[in-house]
Ligand binder design. Sequence first.
Ligand SMILES: C[S@@+](CC[C@H](N)C(=O)[O-])C[C@H]1O[C@@H](n2cnc3c(N)ncnc32)[C@H](O)[C@@H]1O
Length: 377
Amino acid sequence: MRFELPEPAKEAQAHSLRLQAHIREEIDNAGGWIPFSRYMELCLYTPGLGYYSAGLHKFGAEGDFVTAPELGPLFARTLAHVFCKRLEGLGGGVIIELGGGSGRLAADALAQMEQLGCLPDAWMMLERSADLRQRQAETLQQSVPHLLDRVQWLERIPDQPWPSGIVFGNEVLDALPVEILRLDHTGVLQAGISKDTQGMQWHWQPAPAALSETFQQRIGPQAPGYTSEICPLLPDWIQALGSLLHQGYWLFSDYGYPRNAYYHPQRHQGTLQCHYRHRAHEDVLFWPGLQDITAHVDFDALAEACQAAAMHVDFIGYQGEFLLQNGLTQVAQALLESPDMSADQINIINEIKQLTLPGEMGERFLFLQASRLQGTA
Ligand SMILES: C[S@@+](CC[C@H](N)C(=O)[O-])C[C@H]1O[C@@H](n2cnc3c(N)ncnc32)[C@H](O)[C@@H]1O
């Protein structure tokens, strides 16, 4: 609720007002209404003003939320073991990291892969935010300067594929813009944003036929008022990611559910969430540009998109299960036994709990691994 959230500083408010003016102008140009997906896109990615495009402090204790790689080194180091094993099977290749945030995961995973003697041919950071590309370069320069020449940045998905490798993204799919839909006595309504005298407001209108049909198929029989999201961009985005590699693995971790849990009758208000200074709330109109906006991932939709992109879905399961199956405990043990880490014992134990316990990230996050291997696609 808005009154419980901390008041942004005056400078931040002025920044948000500039973004709001930009969005209001776009609403005028569009005839008085934009779909929610466009509003989310503008809030997060308007160049120089959007949440991910401007220089705000988003990640970690001083930001708005903490992601798994920001908790400590265990997540990245465990993934490094997974990457090494998969690259070995492929006979080498590149790692393409989607939306690498602060660059923490790339720095920690590259350091561990170096120790394991299995560095990738290149580590590509596919990042649409110019501000974050710069931040990632700074993190890597500080942590692994001698490996910087292996790292390259991509602003968008290139046309030419690499022969083999791994595409990985943590908490990227939940940042893709979604449509919000509501079952009504008259049919399906689509949420959008229009102007009011002061700022902006929700505005519902009948959904286009294709969106309405997909929504009704996904939610099944539900009571009027049932509201949830669909990510229309997902199939095309996964298709494009599929074209990055001739053969290899695609690994996604994110907040999410299988479809029957995503569109459960009890989840009748959907999964949309905003994150502002470590408070999760639902007011998407709160200071646009100063907070993250996310929606959980429908992992059945993700699996379908992977299959449509000629990948085989190898694994869908809880993050805790995936990490424990792939050596988290051994990675933690090695860290605890290294003489210089003794002071961090409590942090490491806390990190294990946060990554694996059901009430923490262990079951709130799912992992999906898909693959396309030569001779099997
Ligand atoms: C919630 S952050 C996650 C950051 C990081 N992966 C982590 O776990 O700390 C989302 C990231 O995805 C990036 N992003 C969102 N949409 C993207 C897209 N279409 N292409 C590339 N990066 C994208 C954002 O700029 C940001 O770096």
